[in-house]
Design a protein around this ligand. Structure first.
Ligand code: COA
Length: 415
């Protein structure tokens, strides 16, 4: 049974989440044990609840066996529903199918609300379930234990940058945005993201806790790697408290594949270990052909993913024939046919099915303008010409009447 999630479910949800984290910690020790306990998980879930995440629980024999929450939003990522890493979990003995049922239940409401972009951030162990629901990889969350890294000596040309370097860094600042905008990533970067590049880098260069490493090339800086301690209030189930984040990295295009990134990264990780960090986190676009190979090769292991599912925009448009929230449901193409017709050549091709559906709508008294819109015709000329002359021929049992009406409409004498 599926029920609406309310705050009374927070304790049980926290229990389920803590058990999930214990499983994930056993698979990846760098995640830390903090979220293996109920209280920490409850705080995480409470925050999500207060921030507007809503959803449902699955109940079996009176016991909650799973929950799924998502926060509605819109903006650069479209009209969406977003499930945070802590917002989807099932009692381990029940299996991930619980989430499938919850998603089946909730996603209909999301689509009815025009939310065609669905995001979820599952731990690595739950990835297969979400892939079966049509989600695709967007971002990979990686983690690495750096405690064994030992700094020897900074490679030649590698040094800490300071705010005075902003001018020479300028040509490199947009490289990540460019890599993300390019095929096959195709991530949309809006103007504000470009506008804040310089001030954002200056902030990092001015922050004494940040290690902004650069590599000096022949005549200019040809790469950077920025290490930023994860502030306590940003620590999460995927970013352990006290970890450092490999925050940004780029190599100038002319220097790529020559070892600049590798030297910078090895040094930056070893220096972080020297400064007392034991865990480093980072993230990369799964579709980025450079970073998606480079970071795993440096030792980062995927612990979670950001997945995205985008549904056909016609589902919320006038073409959608079965949306219960959009006026009386219209019959689907197959519903439009009798069993005999389905077995006949008429049903053999989708195009024929569309004709048959249109005919049924017309016969059922659906206004012709609505039929035209739903059938994909938006021009009035087509309405008269196509609907009343071509489709009329397909209407079983009414040919004579329709012909008479058509002729009358065209000024003939059939009435
Ligand atoms: C990802 C990125 C930072 C890697 O930097 P890079 O300087 O090209 O990386 P390197 O040259 O050190 O390494 C690339 C590969 O070439 C190899 N390589 C080639 N020549 C080399 C040399 N002379 N010495 C050492 N390694 C060499 C490296 O070993 C590495 O292969 P591996 O991953 O199989 O070990 C860079 O491609 C980049 O800036 N991409 C665009 C921006 C971007 O995507 N940033 C990351 C955002 S998450």
């Amino acid at each position: 049974m599926i029920e609406t999630f309310d705050s009374a479910h927070l304790d049980r949800a926290a229990e389920i989440l803590a058990a999930r984290h214990q499983r994930d910690f056993a698979l990846e020790r760098a995640l830390g044990e903090r979220f293996g306990v109920l209280e920490e998980c409850r705080t995480l879930l409470e925050q999500a609840w207060e921030d507007g995440s809503r959803g449902a629980v699955a109940v079996r024999e009176g016991a909650v066996i799973g929950y799924l929450l998502a926060r509605a939003g819109e903006g650069q990522r479209g009209r969406h529903c977003w499930t945070l890493p802590q917002c989807a979990a099932y009692a381990l003995g029940e299996g991930p199918v619980v989430l499938k049922r919850l998603y089946a239940h909730l996603s209909g409401q999301w689509v009815a609300d025009g939310r065609l972009h669905h995001y979820t951030e599952p731990p690595a162990a739950d990835l297969p379930l979400w892939l079966t629901l049509g989600f695709g990889h967007e971002q990979v969350h990686g983690i690495m234990d750096v405690s064994a890294k030992t700094p020897v000596e900074a490679p030649r040309g590698v040094r800490l940058a300071d705010p005075a370097d902003i001018g020479v860094l300028q040509p490199l600042l947009g490289l990540i945005n460019e890599a993300h905008a390019a095929p096959p990533v195709f991530a949309f970067t809006d103007q504000p993201m470009w506008d804040i590049l310089r001030s954002g880098h200056l902030e990092l260069l001015n922050d004494p806790t940040v290690a902004y490493w650069v590599s000096e090339g022949h005549d200019s800086i040809d790469g950077f790697v920025v290490m930023r301690p994860v502030p306590d209030d940003e620590s999460s189930i995927l970013k352990p408290r006290g970890s450092v984040e490999l925050f940004l990295a780029s190599t100038a295009p002319h220097a790529r594949g020559t070892g600049v990134g590798r030297r910078l990264t090895e040094w930056a990780l070893a220096d972080a270990a020297h400064r007392g960090f034991t865990v480093c986190v980072t993230g990369w676009r799964a579709t980025n052909p450079l970073s998606s190979v480079f970071w795993p090769n440096r030792g980062f292991r995927p612990v979670a993913y950001r997945l995205h599912r985008i549904l056909d925009p016609r589902l919320t448009g006038p073409e959608h024939v079965s949306g219960s929230d959009r006026g009386p449901a219209l019959p689907s193409a197959v519903d439009a046919l009798t069993p005999v017709q389905v077995a006949s050549p008429l049903a053999g091709r989708p195009y024929d099915l569309r004709h048959a559906t249109v005919s049924l709508w017309l016969n059922s008294g659906v206004p012709a303008t609505a039929v035209a819109a739903r059938a994909g015709h938006c021009v009035y000329v087509l309405l008269v010409d196509v609907l009343l002359r071509v489709y009329a021929k397909c209407i079983d049992g009414q040919e004579a009447t329709v012909n008479q009406r058509t002729e009358a409409a065209l000024g003939g004498s059939g009435a």
